[in-house]
Structure formats: C-alpha cells, structure tokens
Design a protein around this ligand. Sequence first.
Ligand code: AGP
Length: 617
Amino acid sequence: MCGIVAYKGHKKCFPILLGGLKKLEYRGYDSAGVACFYNNKINVTRRVGKVKELEEAINDKKSSKNCEGLGIAHTRWATHGEPNQKNAHPHLDQSNKIAIVHNGIIENHEPIKKFLRSKKIQFKSDTDTEVLVQLIGYFYNKGKLNFEQSVRAALQRVDGAYGIVVLNKDHPDMMIAARKGSPLVLGIKDNEFFIGSDVSPIIKHTQRIIYLNDSEMAVIDGSSYDIKSVDKDVSLPKKVEKIDYKIDDFDKGKFKYFMHKEIHEQATTIDNTLKGRTTKDSVLLHGLSEYWEEIQHAKNIYITACGTSWHAGLIGKNLIERFAKVPVHVEYASEFRYNHSIIDNETVVIAISQSGETADTLAAISKANDFGAVTVGICNVPGSSVSRETDCGVHTRCGHEIGVASTKAFTAQISILYLLALKLADSRKTITKSALKKHLAMSNAKNTGQIQIKSLLRKEKAIKKMAEKYQKASDFLYLGRGLNFPVALEGALKLKEISYIHAEGYPAAEMKHGPIALVDKNLPTVFVVPKDHTYDKIISNIEEIRSRKGKIIIVTDSKDKILRDLADDLILLPKTNQYVFVILATISLQLFAFYIAVAKGCDVDQPRNLAKSVTVE
Ligand code: AGP
C-alpha cells in the first residue's frame, strides 16, 4: 500500500504535503515524491527511500520550496517496478501536462500500454501507474475531452484498484481524486481541501471529512467541490462527517517508536474497547442489533482475516465454540476468496481487520455478501471499507495504530471476540446466567487492563535485558496450546516482522512432528504456559526440548519451581485467569520482539518490505 496526500488552498503546499507524508510513511517507504505548480509548470521532485530524503531534496530547490496553492504527494510501497527514482510517484504523462499519484494496481496495464505505444507514447518507468496517467494524457491531448472527462474515460478503461489524485498544467486551480478499492478521504476547511489515503495527514487541518466510496471522484475546482460518479457525469449527494480522532494518536509522545507507544497504550485501550459494552448480566454490542436474529441462529460461522487479525480469529474460534457451541472455521482471507467454503444465508462471516482496507479481506467480504451470508466486521477504523461493506459490525476503538507491527489492535480484537462469544452463548442459552455474570465481572477494566497490564509493563526492564541476550539468535520456536497457540503464532510473527529473525509458532505438542528436528543448543524455544489444564502436557513438551539441549524461555503466570528449573529465562506474568493470560502473554511477547529489534538496530516502525495494510491482492 502507498500513502497519498494532496492539498488545494491558499497556503504554501510543502509544509502541508511533507507533514502529511510523514504521517503516512507507515503505509510505505520505498520512495517518496511531490508535484506542484511553479512558473506555470508542474514541478516534480522524487527520491528513493524515506520522506526525509525527499525533504532534503526539496530544501535545496527554490522551485519546490515556494510552490503555493496546489500539490500532490506520495510515499510508495513498491508493487510494479523496483523501488528506484524513475518508478517513484508522482508520474507525468508524455506531454508533462498531467501528473498523478496512485495507490493500488492497474491489472490490465499491459494491453493499455501496448495500445498507447502504438500511438507513439513512450514510457519512462516500469509502473502500472504511468500507464494510467499516459491514458488520461492521451484522451486529454486528443482535444475532444476536458480534464474531468479525460480522467473519467481513462478510469472506465482500467481494471484493478486505484486511489488517485490528478493535476493538470492547463488547470492550475483544479484537482481530481478518485477511488476504487483503495481508500481516499477528502478533508474540507473553508476554501481549503485536503486529500489523504487516510485521515492521518488531514486531521491536523480539519475534522470535516468526506469518505469517498468506490467509483466516486472528487472534482475540486477553485473554491468548490463536487463528488461525482466515475461511471457517468452525475453529482452524488455526500455527507460531510465530523471525525473525532485525537491528534495525539498520530504522535509518538514520550516514546521513540510508535510500536512501543502502542504496546503501552494497551493498559487503557482494552478498557476503551470494552467500555459501555456490558452490563453486569449482559453483553451489549449495538452494532450487531439489526442482524442479531440471524447471527444467533447461524448454522456455522466463518472468520476471515490476514496476519495478526487472523491470529485473533483463531482465538475467536476457540471462544465461540467453547461458549456458544457453534462450529467456527477460520480462514486466511486470501484463501477464503477462492476456496470452496460452504456459505449460504445461514452462515455468518466475520471479517477482522485493523485497517479495514486489506484487499484480501475486502474480497472475502464481497464473496460472502454474494453468497447471501450475514457479514460482520470487527474493525478499528470507522468509515473504512470493512465497516462500510459488511452488514453490521463492532469497532475495536483502540485508537489509530501506526506501528507496522500490529499490537493494540490484536488485544482489542480478542476482547471483542470474547464479548461476542459470550453474547452468542447468552442468546443460544449455552451458558448459565451465573457463569455469564462471572465472565462479565472478569472483563471489568479493574481486573484486566488497568491493574495487570500496568503491572506487567513495570517488568519491561527485565524483558529488555532478556531480549538483548537473545538478539544474536537466528531462529526461534514459539509454542503454546489451546488459546495460547495463536499467542505463539503472534509472538513469532512480531519477531519476524521487526527483527528479521526467523521464527515459527506451533502448537506445543505438534512440535514433535517435525520442528523438533531443528532443536539444538542454539535454538531458543519460547513456551507460553498458563497454569491451566494444559500445564502438565506442556511441561512434557518442555522436557522434550530440554533433553535436546535447546534453550528454553518460559512465559507464565505460575511461580512453580518446576518451571524455574526448566527455564533458561522466564517472564513471570501477574497471576490471572486463562482469558486475561492470553492478553498478558501477548503483550510480553510484543515487548520481547520489540527489544530484540531495537538491540539489533532495526527500524521497528518501518520494517523492510512491509506496509501497514496491504491494499493489493
Ligand atoms: C501485523 O503485525 C501485520 N503487519 C499484518 O500481518 C496485518 O495484521 C495484516 O496485514 C492484516 O491487516 P489488517 O488487520 O489491517 O487487515
């Protein structure tokens, strides 16, 4: 995914565009670029690498620094074409009149390129984006269509996904944005307009937002705007929404890394997620009310998601089957969209996504909608595509997550799944009123977020010290059982993503069926060990690794001597119940991965090759 920011107004563009790009950098950081008007020309500056490279280039360029009024900017996560300068956005058409920034993939770029080449148009980059800007330029330069009509004509001929903003040298007072499959929002402040791939570059300037839907375009001309259809020349009525994000969400505060800040925020975010959603004897999830009849009578449930959100889905399956006794299947969205799952109008499909913009998850929702299933979104971003394209849903309310490695969104997702499992169980009468009350009392903030997470965070120094000791390891195994198998998967994913150390999560007992071959004195294995019914079995698994001289790291809430004797290192969590244990163990493994990555000098918030949300298939 890439980040787009654009500005039209009376101010100097660069502080706004660069400030915006810095907020968007989490979406991609292979290259960055800007285009704006200067001396009646569109002036483009692009650099490989992060926004700071671009900033230095602009500071050396009078033409760039002084641009006023209108500009577009982009930070890239490469899909088509290497991350080099010629492939960086913005791209220009052959006549240098039209400039574009684009997020998404133009799937039929090859035949269009062939057609344009036959019209003597030469390409300067390897990107699919250049094909789109050349096509717009081709229509415009033929002279029969105006700027807006040329953009529409080109968009009607492309397949795939796009979020674009386009400038035209002949129209220094105009900017056109359009979306299909890649999010775009328009911010409005008196006579100023801001466009972003999300609200992060806009929120500092205005809270008045229009979310563009697929196949909509925003035509900004002078001091007015019009939201129109890409398919035909008609205006669409659109509501301006007032969003109430906190600007603090987009700053690191006292922390050096967003990921670190977001790990710490879990002491309060879980409370925010749960707040107002329970009484002492019932679960209230108002977002599901309209479809609750269908949801409670579901014949089966599919949970679909990617990455960390998929791990949350595995925990959701365990909880829903445990409490509500409905069969649950958990599928990677990228598989679900093409497989042969049995879905009909008695199926409920739950899509989990932090960003609400993951392309595979959106495709999975669309398939489920086509099959007549009730679709439920569990999502962190109000107004996102997941929120809009599902029948109903619940927002996780943990605040904007910027660190590429997801942390607070995961614990918020599992908190919602816990409530959903209890609500289903209550409606289906598979839980007694007294057991339900006990669970609801347990989900009370005093017992979870506030006290135990804070107490765990106070042990951060010890986790840091332990992480530093293991920074040189080249491989890790993470093992857990039951609810803690997904915790092991998530711990391994965090380590891989930000420290580039190979790590695998496995069900603890399954380790005997293959991964045990990897064990030697150099391989650390992290065991997640709650003091529950799995305890004795896991001890046997630990013995199996130990007898092969593997290093043992144990995450537990038990003070048993047996564990201390078996462990090379041990993270002792506050004593808790099996559900809160999952959250505490996850947070301790987030910290462990974080400190290993910091010790190795890795860029924790912007790990190589990754982007915060993957808006391409
Ligand atoms: C998590 O650390 C990852 N960066 C990634 O696996 C992420 O969870 C996945 O891409 C899904 O994103 P979403 O929740 O925004 O849909």
